[in-house]
Design a protein around this ligand. Structure first.
Ligand code: ATP
Ligand code: MG
Length: 424
């Protein structure tokens, strides 16, 4: 036999038990998103490479070294989406969503692709759920989006009070005031490049704010003394930060100001935030959800000037925080057994009718009845519906409650049976 083929490094199968947990999270998150009046937008998983190069920025880790880029048959450069803010902004421009009510509040969920060092909490195909609110610079939308994320965590039983997550908040300034800070920080870093890692040495020239986000311990030690953005923030940026904080507190959250918090991407302005966990299972990969305001992106991509704010949460990291056993949908409710020698057709027809009436039902694979009962128990079924020669002759079925170990005769009638099962 030849070698069996396996998943590619950095990708994972989501097996049925795990998939049930995903559906649980997706369903509860979907309900919260609906209550906040966010609407779903689905975009393709691959786009023109240029979209990400322009939308994320050449000087970011993502564009610099993490993209899965390939050529199509016509020689066009395409890239598997490493994130979806650029894709949403592209769709917003392409479909002129700015002609609709403003702001447009959109959410998405799906796989993202980055060529990363694989480790716990870090895959090459991973999944994000994200929101984007496009068309207003009012800080109420920043606050609303942040509260929405908190509510998703809470709907899943993750409370800030138990240490499941903390909200960190900062401002990275705007096109007006950030350059001042960028220069001050750059000058400060240039005097200390010997103490920084190789990545940060080059970041000092290309993207100095990104140095603040470095996870290398030696860099972190140096950065403890780095100048903070506070001295540079303009009046408008300070006012926006105060408003976001006030609104979050009014909504019962306790944001923690982290003056060193920045985002890896170029297009952020003003509000940036992260939901971080102290849960040891995630180790260094402690950021579950991250986002901020990106007032320049849509114009950068050729659309009308459109301030916007959004976040993305890592589904795998979120799922790690949830208990292994979730109260997800139960296994099959019933299994249909056909005794050996009895024609399959009547039961097969009954199965179709029962499923149409909402009953979750399996067909037993045939063979001796006791084997079929064992199969039903392995499936975790509550009921066995048995059809043999005698039942057929009487126009009846035998219904066995596998938990209570009781049994009864019922008419071979889908409506009556479905009613009986729904009472269980
Ligand atoms: P990090 O600093 O951990 O690399 P990032 O800044 O690259 O994160 P974002 O682009 O902001 O991450 O993505 C938002 C969220 O998506 C992260 O907070 C994380 O939960 C999740 N995420 C990002 N990259 C990965 C990955 N490779 N594997 C699993 N989850 C990821
Ligand atoms: Mg990253």
């Amino acid at each position: 036999m030849s070698q069996p083929i396996q998943t590619i490094k950095g990708t994972k199968d989501i097996l049925p038990v795990e998939a049930a947990r995903w559906r649980h999270v997706e369903r509860l998150a979907g309900e919260v998103l609906h209550r906040y009046r966010y609407e779903e937008l689905r975009t393709p998983v691959y786009e023109a490479t240029e979209l990400f190069a322009r939308g994320i920025g050449e000087n970011t880790d993502i564009v610099g070294k993490e993209m899965f880029t390939f050529q199509d048959r016509g020689g066009r450069s395409l890239t598997l989406r490493p994130e979806n803010t650029a894709g949403v902004a592209r769709a917003y421009i392409q479909h002129k969503l700015y002609t609709g009510p403003s702001p447009q509040k959109l959410w998405y969920a799906g796989p993202m692709f980055r060529a990363e060092n694989v480790q716990a909490g870090r895959q090459r195909q991973f999944h994000q759920l994200g929101v984007e609110c496009l068309g207003s610079e009012d800080p109420r939308w920043d606050a609303e989006a942040i509260v929405l994320a908190a509510e998703i965590f809470e709907s899943l039983g993750l409370a800030a009070a138990t240490g499941a997550w903390d909200l960190e908040l900062n401002s990275v300034g705007c096109a007006g005031c950030r350059p001042t800070y960028r220069e001050a920080l750059q000058a400060w870093l240039r005097q200390r490049v010997e103490a920084l890692c190789a990545d940060c040495t080059s970041r000092t020239e290309r993207n100095p704010l990104r140095v603040l986000d470095c996870k290398v311990p030696a860099c972190r030690e140096v950065l403890a003394e780095a100048p903070l953005i506070d001295a540079a923030l303009c009046e408008g940026c300070v006012a926006a930060l105060v408003t976001v904080t006030t609104l979050l507190e009014a909504a019962g959250l306790s944001p923690r100001r982290n003056a060193r918090l920045v985002r890896g991407l170029d297009y952020y302005s003003r509000t940036v935030f992260e939901f971080v966990t102290r849960d040891a299972r995630l180790g260094a990969q402690s950021t579950i959800c991250a986002g901020g305001r990106y007032d320049g992106l849509v114009a950068e991509l050729g659309g009308p000037p459109t301030p916007a704010v959004g976040w993305a949460l890592g589904m795998e990291r979120l799922l790690t925080l949830l208990p292994a056993e979730l109260a997800t949908a139960a296994g099959p409710a019933a299994v249909l057994l056909t005794a050996p020698g009895t024609p399959l057709a009547p039961g097969f027809g009954l199965a179709r009718a029962l499923r149409a009436l909402g009953v979750a039902l399996d067909l037993a694979p045939g063979g001796k009845l006791d084997k079929q009962f064992k199969h039903a128990e392995r499936l975790g079924a509550r009921f066995a519906i048995v059809l043999g020669e005698q039942e057929l002759a009487e126009g009846a079925v035998t219904l066995k409650d596998l938990r209570a170990r009781t049994q009864e005769r019922l008419p071979l009638d889908a409506e009556a049976l479905a009613a009986r099962l729904s009472l269980a």
